[in-house]
Design a protein around this ligand. Structure first.
Ligand code: OGA
Ligand code: MN
Length: 378
């Protein structure tokens, strides 16, 4: 029995040290204790972290990132292969990525949870439809944008079989591809090819249960995970649940990289927390006249991307930024980017599919960490 009156469970003969830790942060009926949480902004529990120096990226510059020599990057003792980059974005520039995640990435050709929930045949623009249908009720739980919990791009993850298929694939956004390639270079991975992304939209009561991401064929490439908007607690464990996870506080702009020994470990998001408003002001500003506004197409404000210019300025004109800001104020966005195929690979079908241990062999049912209609489950 632990402090919270819970028995730690046994999985495959090993004690599950993940679940009790997960519950400790997830439970809303007990006082949240952040005493053990690593927080890079508050410099809490920094004795278990080690500052590391990343390489200058040789990949063509991506607008909106600070020079690599100014980034603060860390490794965590006992969790080799995990790299944390504290918000490397230039002040204000997260606006660009948040706009992309809310205004563009949920639209076709992406696949989203909305395809399973509502008739999307007449919806070509998720945000503008929500704005029109819900107006100032946009953050009510039944607005279209609030029902959006995930979108997938590139290879579209099939949640039931927990696999990717060559037939379920759309073009990967080139701006996100370039951003990831640039960042992967700084950790010494020179040919990262972003082939799939899950964009997760968490609201304040959201969470994501312990899981590992093993469905990709290639596990040598790093997994890149970006946080925007509200804060999250993120737990990082080991290859089995017998490793007690560490817990990190993630803030807007932070980048987590799971690489090498850490690529296949258990991890979870037990809790979303309100972000510090002063910090958010440095991250983005949704006033009409702020720089990095998506409809500015000048060299200066337009990150390198052929996707972004076409039709975008006109759509941005229709956005009510007050409502947009209201939405981001109760949302955490996670762009979770992976390479699927080994270098030089072209088809999934050429490779055996990784066996996913969480597919229950007896029932054929999958466990639902990340199931088709919900984002999360513990
Ligand atoms: C995922 C994931 C973590 C996060 O999408 O697989 O682990 O920080 N996301 O939201
Ligand atoms: Mn994951």
């Amino acid at each position: 029995m632990d402090l919270y009156g819970q028995d730690s469970e046994t999985v495959d003969g090993e004690q599950d040290l993940f679940k009790p830790e997960y519950k400790k942060y997830k439970r809303k009926d007990i006082k949240l204790d952040l005493g053990d949480v690593i927080d890079f902004t508050k410099q809490n529990n920094m004795d278990s972290v080690q500052e590391i120096v990343l390489q200058e990226s040789q990949h063509p510059a991506v607008r909106g990132l600070k020079p690599v020599k100014e980034w603060k990057s860390y490794a965590i003792k006992g969790f080799p292969g995990f790299i944390f980059i504290r918000n490397p974005f230039v002040d204000g520039h997260q606006r660009y990525w948040i706009e992309r995640c809310v205004l563009d990435y949920p639209n076709k050709p992406s696949k989203t949870i909305l395809d399973n929930l509502v008739d999307m045949s007449n919806v070509s623009d998720v945000w503008l439809t929500s704005q029109k249908e819900s107006g100032s009720n946009i953050t009510n739980k039944d607005s279209l944008i609030m029902k959006l919990r995930w979108a997938t791009m590139g290879y579209n993850y099939e949640w039931n079989s927990r696999a990717y298929y060559d037939e379920m694939k759309s073009q990967f956004p080139s701006d996100l591809y370039e951003l990831c390639r640039y960042i992967a270079f700084t950790i010494g991975y020179h040919n990262f090819s972003a082939e799939t992304a899950i964009v997760n939209y968490y609201h304040m009561s959201g969470d994501m249960g312990p899981h590992k991401d093993i469905s990709e064929i290639d596990h040598d490439a790093p997994l890149l995970s970006f946080s925007f908007g509200q804060d999250a607690l993120f737990q990082l464990g080991g290859l089995t649940k017998a490793t007690k996870p560490v817990c990190l506080s993630l803030h807007s702009g932070d980048v987590c990289i799971m690489y090498g020994d850490c690529r296949l470990v258990y991890h979870a998001v037990p809790r979303i927390l309100p972000a510090d408003q002063d910090n958010l002001k440095h991250c983005y500003n949704f006033n009409e006249d702020s720089p990095y506004h998506g409809n500015k197409t000048s060299e200066e404000n337009d990150p390198k991307s052929p996707d972004v210019s076409e039709g975008l300025a006109a759509r941005r004109q229709e956005v009510e930024w007050g409502l947009f800001s209201q939405y981001v104020q109760c949302t955490r966005i996670n762009m979770n980017v992976r390479q699927v195929l080994p270098p030089g690979g072209t088809n999934i079908a050429d490779y055996p599919q990784p066996v996913c241990p969480s597919v229950n062999c007896k029932t054929g049912k999958t466990s639902s960490v990340h199931n088709e209609t919900e984002q999360t489950k513990s």
